[in-house]
Design a binder for this molecule. Structure first.
Ligand SMILES: O=C(O)c1cc(=O)[nH]c(=O)n1[C@@H]1O[C@H](COP(=O)(O)O)[C@@H](O)[C@H]1O
Length: 275
């Protein structure tokens, strides 16, 4: 799958900017899954099958699988999405960042072992640390820019000297660097938290039509109307607006997937109301 083409097609055909985040926490699973060796897979598969027609992409968070020794279930889940929902891109949220030789192994892990269509990457080790992912030109490389957490301001909001004069914030430098230099193959995106709509608008202004992954609505309280107004591209798309816990744990019993679908539908519609 070519990530950017598939994402654009999903935005149009599904009429959705919603990304459902797959952050499986066994402590919050319904009782009937308790003690099952395949609980992580079964929980996520039910969510995926109940919401696939409502989303532009899915975003499994690798730590939730690795912490449960469930990497094999992550592999099986992504294989299931490709087989049953082949038009739905998968963004592996791994936030990797390391020297080039090690990054090459992370890229193989994401794109060849897990068969993800895109990966989140930390840009702070610089261009050579990102090149092994960029070399997969059909895959998406989504770089952290202005993260949704309060501590994101500790570094990302620092002022740095701008080449040629003046100052800019560090997250603005990241946005410009990615848009102007790292995106030669057109396969980059940026992460900007829904909790910071002013910065979403700034990143949109700096990056043209670049896809933005925007986590922070739902459990983190980000404002949907402000997010869409700040981040939509000229044609009213351009965003993967992620919600994980608010959708995954909408219900606590055997009907959890139906409850998740109801919240996903309401979230998609709330987003569309502001496009
Ligand atoms: O890269 C991410 O996905 C990410 C970046 C960021 O700035 N903030 C953020 O919350 N995330 C991820 O997005 C998801 C948010 O989950 P909820 O708060 O439950 O919707 C989690 O998987 C986070 O790891």
């Amino acid at each position: 799958m070519h990530f950017m083409s598939a994402l654009r097609a999903a935005w149009q055909q599904r009429d959705s900017l919603l990304c459902v985040g797959l952050d499986p926490d066994p402590a919050r699973f319904p009782a009937h899954l308790e003690g099952r060796a395949d609980a992580v897979f079964e929980f996520c598969k039910a969510i995926v099958d109940a919401t696939a027609d409502l989303v532009c992409c899915f975003k499994p968070q690798i730590a939730y699988f690795a912490a449960q020794r469930a990497e094999d279930q992550l592999e099986a889940l992504i294989a299931h999405i490709h087989e049953r929902h082949p038009a739905t891109p998968v963004v592996l949220d791994a936030k990797r960042g390391d020297i080039g030789s090690t990054a090459g192994q992370y890229a193989v892990e994401a794109f060849e072992r897990y068969r993800a269509d895109a990966i989140t990457v930390n840009p702070y080790m610089g261009r050579d640390s990102v090149e092994p992912y960029l070399a997969y030109s059909d895959k998406g490389v989504i770089l952290l820019c202005r993260t949704s957490n309060a501590g994101g301001s500790d570094l990302q909001f620092l002022e740095v000297g701008r080449p040629g004069g003046g100052v800019e914030k560090l997250y603005e430098r990241v946005a410009r660097l990615v848009a102007e230099e790292w995106n030669a193959s057109g396969n980059c995106g940026l992460v900007v938290g829904a909790t910071f709509p002013d910065e979403i608008a700034r990143v949109r202004a700096l990056t043209g039509e670049m896809p933005l992954l925007v986590p922070g609505i739902g459990a983190q309280g980000g404002d949907i109307a402000a997010t869409v107004a700040a981040g939509r591209s000229a044609d009213g798309s351009g965003l993967m607006i992620n919600s994980s816990r608010a959708i995954l744990y909408a219900g606590a019993d055997e009907d959890f997937a139906a409850a998740a679908r109801r919240v996903a539908l309401a979230t998609r519609d709330a987003i569309n109301a502001h496009r």
